[in-house]
Design a protein around this ligand. Structure first.
Ligand SMILES: Nc1nc2c(ncn2[C@@H]2O[C@H](COP(=O)(O)OP(=O)(O)O)[C@@H](O)[C@H]2O)c(=O)[nH]1
Ligand SMILES: Nc1ncnc2c1ncn2[C@@H]1O[C@H](COP(=O)(O)OP(=O)(O)O)[C@@H](O)[C@H]1O
Length: 219
């Protein structure tokens, strides 16, 4: 049997974790990659942050109040969670586990604290990518032209950039998001390479055993 990639060997789902300073482009890149990669799902986080115009509950985030958030932590329903820019964010466990069990890959748009927690609990399954903007002025321009946050929120997020970027070296891959289409293709290249990693193909032993008697093969 082959899947839609023509893969012959059973594969273990991977967790592609993407982080960046706010406004560097990870949401736009991840949306485009998801459209192009049928075997990839997005982990939809819970957050206590107010909904932005155009954001849909259950699609971009599950928007919940602080009480529900604390209840999810207490019930161990979150794979990781963190406070980021003054709001709480977390990754619901059940959807991720269901996707991985079905052999699907899962993409995460989470901050460096969440990435650290996922690496600590599931390092074998995690591939991580840090996205940088091309420059500070361009980052400021992107945050403002997105036009979804108040000016004081934009200023606060810009103020966090210096400390956000200190985490770049914790990631497997680093990408400067200058040309959008090129960035999308680079993320797809990372996915393609990660999918071919030996340890992500648990069916390889069995598959290779099928070549044992090649010497006695009679066409
Ligand atoms: N740890 C963690 N961080 C998250 C989660 N969901 C989103 N974030 C991060 O929270 C930060 C703020 O996200 P958001 O308010 O949507 O603004 P954005 O930075 O413009 O995308 C970003 O760094 C996200 O990657 C989550 O479930 N866990
Ligand atoms: N390569 C790029 N060139 C120019 N603008 C970009 C690029 N990537 C993203 N953007 C724009 O920058 C803004 C912030 O991007 P977004 O994906 O929301 O960032 P993040 O999720 O990292 O906060 C959006 O308006 C988006 O359209």
């Amino acid at each position: 049997m082959t899947d839609s990639h023509g893969t012959l060997v059973r594969r273990r789902g991977l967790m592609l974790v993407m982080s960046s300073p706010s406004g560097a482009g990870k949401t736009s890149i991840s949306r485009r990659v998801l459209e192009l990669e049928p075997e990839l799902s997005l982990s939809v986080s819970v957050t206590t942050r107010p909904r932005r115009p155009g954001e849909e509950d259950g699609v971009h985030y599950h928007f919940i109040d602080r009480e529900s958030f604390d209840r999810m932590i207490a019930g161990e329903e979150l794979l990781e969670h963190a406070e980021v820019y003054g709001n709480c964010y977390g990754t619901p466990r059940s959807a991720v586990e269901a996707a991985l069990a079905a052999g699907r890959d899962v993409m995460f748009d989470i901050d460096w604290q969440g990435a650290q927690q996922l690496r600590a609990t599931a390092s074998r399954d995690v591939a991580s990518l840090f996205i940088l903007p091309p420059s500070v002025p361009e980052l400021a321009r992107r945050l403002r032209t997105r036009a979804q946050d108040a000016e004081d929120t934009v200023r606060y997020r810009l103020g966090q950039v210096a400390s956000d970027v200190t985490h770049w070296a914790e990631y497997d891959y680093v990408l400067v998001n200058a040309c959008f289409d090129e960035s999308v293709e680079r993320v797809r290249a990372i996915l393609a390479a990660e999918r071919l990693k030996r340890e992500r193909q648990p069916g390889l032993n069995e598959f290779v055993a099928g070549f044992r008697n090649a010497g006695s093969y009679e066409p």
